[in-house]
Design a protein around this ligand. Structure first.
Ligand code: AMP
Length: 419
């Protein structure tokens, strides 16, 4: 026997038993996207490495350590092609915005997608090499109202999928005017404590000092006493951040300020936020995050245009739902269509009639004894069994109570199984 081939490390299969939770999460995301006025966008799963290097920053983990590279066919000119699977969708969406001249459309644009992202990281619980995100982007809106709206939208998502105790963490990391001062303050502060920094942080200190703050190995006292972004904001950023908070207060959204929340990517400005189950710490625990990126469109070659978005990790959302034993909405009752002997034409006709009436149907294609068919219908999760007999009517068995009505006109079945 040939040896079985297993899935690639850090990837997972979605099996039928996982489907109800994923269907629910995706349905809530799609519903919220339309209730908040977002339109669907799809972009390729892979893009030029240069897009991510420029957009996310050479020193971001996503580019420096986790880029999942793709090459062309062996022997082709593109064998060593500079592509990578998308680690996040914002850079690609902004590329599409610029490439299609979308700035001439009536804005601000509200764009949403659900799909897989790829990061070549060391896999562990809640961290995969392929994972899914629900992502929304608003391009062309300076905020601050939209900042609060998106945070409220994500907050509502967690409530509607059934999670409790999800808290938003919030920070402002300033803009091109005030961030340089904050960077200098961080370099000066951490520079005097360099010996206590991890190797990663020492390397990052001069390239991207904000990232030192979200280093898991940073000693707590050093982190606590570090200069805070919110103490270094220019007047415009200060005012923006105050307003975001008062708007969130007005909406009743629970949030905590977190001065160590800097997000991993270079393109963020001003408002940055993440979502956690209350009490959970650390990067691997973040359910989702986002922020404002007012410089990104210009950085990628477009006209100066503000933007803000979030990416909520669906895998971790489903894991948190399992931990909290979230009840999933009941699915539509399934009806099994059974019969005797080789009356398959009749079974298929009845199945087709019921499906036309909107009923979910699973016909039994076997010639097994009726008892066996009933048994496997119940095992397959069917709620009702329709047993075909003559042309006009069927027998209808409730597979939960065991009650059976022997003569039910076909036309009456849809109503009977929907009650
Ligand atoms: P980030 O842009 O890194 O903040 O990612 C946004 C969200 O995507 C995170 O909060 C996670 O829920 C999810 N996520 C990021 N990386 C991974 C991963 N390797 N595996 C599973 N989920 C991830």
């Amino acid at each position: 026997m040939a040896h079985p081939i297993t899935a690639a490390r850090g990837t997972r299969d979605l099996l039928p038993e996982d489907a109800p939770a994923w269907n629910h999460v995706e349905a809530v995301a799609r519903d919220l996207s339309s209730r908040y006025g977002f339109e669907r966008i799809e972009i390729p799963l892979f893009e030029r490495v240069e897009l991510f290097a420029r957009g996310l920053g050479e020193s971001s983990d996503a580019v420096e350590k986790e880029m999942f590279r793709v090459s062309g066919a062996k022997g082709s000119d593109e064998e060593a092609a500079p592509w990578a699977l998308r680690p996040e969708p914002t850079a690609g969406i902004v590329r599409a915005f610029i490439e299609h001249g979308m700035h001439v459309r009536p804005g601000p644009l509200r764009l949403a997608l659900i799909g897989p992202m790829f990061r070549y990281d060391r896999p562990q619980a809640g961290r995969y090499r392929q994972f899914s995100q629900w992502d929304v982007e608003v391009i062309g809106d300076t905020g601050p109202a939209v900042d609060a709206e998106l945070i409220e939208m994500a907050h509502r998502f967690y409530a509607e999928v059934g999670l409790t105790d999800v808290v938003a963490r919030l920070n402002s990391i300033g803009d091109a005017e005030c961030r340089p001062r904050y960077r200098d303050a961080l370099i000066a502060y951490f520079g005097t404590h360099e010996a206590r920094l991890s190797e990663d942080s020492r390397r990052r200190l001069r390239v991207n000092p904000l990232r030192v703050l979200d280093d898991k190995e940073l000693p707590a006292d050093l982190a606590n006493d570090a200069p805070r972004g919110t103490d270094h904001l220019c007047d415009a950023c200060r005012e923006h951040f105050d307003r975001v908070q008062s708007l969130l207060d007005g909406l009743g959204v629970r949030y905590e300020l977190d001065h160590r929340l800097v997000r991993g990517l270079d393109y963020y400005t001003r408002t940055a936020f993440e979502f956690y189950v209350a009490g959970r710490e650390g990067q691997q625990q973040a359910l989702g995050g986002g922020g404002r990126y007012d410089g990104l469109v210009e950085l990628l070659g477009g006209l100066p245009t503000p933007g803000i978005g979030f990416g909520l990790g669906l895998d971790r959302t489903v894991l948190a739902m399992q931990e909290q034993d979230v009840m999933l909405p009941a699915r539509a009752p399934l009806v099994a269509v059974l019969g005797v002997g080789d009356d398959h034409a009749r079974r298929l006709q009845v199945a087709t009639t019921l499906r036309s009436a909107g009923i979910a149907v699973r016909p039994d294609g076997s010639a097994r004894k009726l008892g066996k068919q009933l048994e496997s219908a119940a095992k397959a999760g069917a709620r009702w069994a329709v047993i075909v007999s003559d042309v006009e009517s069927v027998a209808l068995k409730d597979l939960v109570s065991g009650d059976q009505r022997d003569v039910v006109p076909i036309d009456e079945v849809p109503r009977a199984v929907s009650e």
